[in-house]
Design a protein around this ligand. Structure first.
Ligand SMILES: [Zn+2]
Length: 273
């Protein structure tokens, strides 16, 4: 077993299917499978593009399928059963599984990771991740016909359980571990890029949204300098006092002192309420 094999195994558990005669393995994915094809064959073997836009790679080999069966694969694996995750190479297996049946969601403020799959597999993944990285995935049933996560519909019809990391910090810890020492692994850049985008925004300095002084984010998701954070607290207090007296909710800009007005960007403040 090698890191590459462990990755392919994880990916195959998610997006690969073996037939009942056990001589054929097919991968189907939204992402280009050319790099994966090169793991099995030379460039003369085609990767098919389906009408729906998904890619398909067929591997005809009873030897490979036999090996997969010994590692827990069955033609019904999407509904039941669990894989044998190679000891010491768990990271690569979980990376492959993420490329197949996982998602990374990121904005400048939020980083999330989730996996979906059958209950036995999800329990195993949750335990492995917790033992090796300390992060704690939340597991829940997604029994409806088209389950949603973060507003996205999961298209996998066999999904019965979802694992979800609820904080950006834990997602950061988990993904940093997942993407360590991955040279030579044909993982999907599309997903990795989401992690990189978040890290870039997360770690760099930003300008305070209200007064434009540089603020170091230091792994947090702050938008304001300490002075402006204090100002915003004061403004909400002033506003509620004002509202009690006048039964009218005034915009923040109307509650500023002359000195405060000098310091901050009034348009930016107006956009906050
Ligand atoms: Zn500021």
């Amino acid at each position: 077993m090698t890191p590459l094999k462990a990755y392919v195994l994880g990916f195959a558990w998610a997006d690969g299917a073996i037939n009942s005669s056990l001589n054929y393995l097919a991968f189907v994915s939204r992402d280009d499978l050319t790099a994966l094809r090169d793991v099995f064959y030379g460039p003369d073997r085609p990767v098919y593009r389906r009408k729906s836009g998904t890619y398909q790679l067929n591997v005809t080999s009873s030897r490979i399928v036999q090996e997969l069966v010994e590692l827990g694969f069955t033609p019904q694996k999407s509904k039941q059963g669990h894989p044998h995750i190679p000891l010491g190479l768990e990271q690569y297996f979980l990376l492959g599984l993420l490329d197949g049946d996982g998602c990374i969601y990121s904005t400048s403020k939020v980083l999330r990771v989730w996996y979906c799959g059958n209950a036995e597999t999800m329990c195993l993944v949750r335990d492995v991740a917790q033992n090796l990285t300390g992060v704690c995935f939340t597991m829940r049933a997604s029994s409806t016909a088209s389950p949603h996560i973060q507003g996205r519909v999961l298209k996998n019809n066999h999904v019965c359980q979802t694992l979800d990391l609820r904080s950006s910090q834990q997602s950061q810890t988990f993904l940093s571990w997942l993407y360590t020492a991955v040279e030579g692994i044909p993982f999907f850049q599309r997903k990795y890029q989401k992690f990189l985008d978040f890290q870039r925004l997360y770690q760099t300095e930003i300008n305070c949204f209200l007064c434009a002084v540089p603020v170091s984010r230091n792994g947090t998701t702050v938008r304001y300098c300490p002075e402006c954070r204090l100002l915003l607290r004061r403004l909400s207090n002033r506003r509620s006092d004002h509202e009690k007296r006048n039964s009218y909710r005034s915009p923040f800009v109307d509650l500023l002192t002359a000195e405060e007005k000098e310091r901050i960007d009034l348009n930016a403040l107006a956009s906050l309420g």
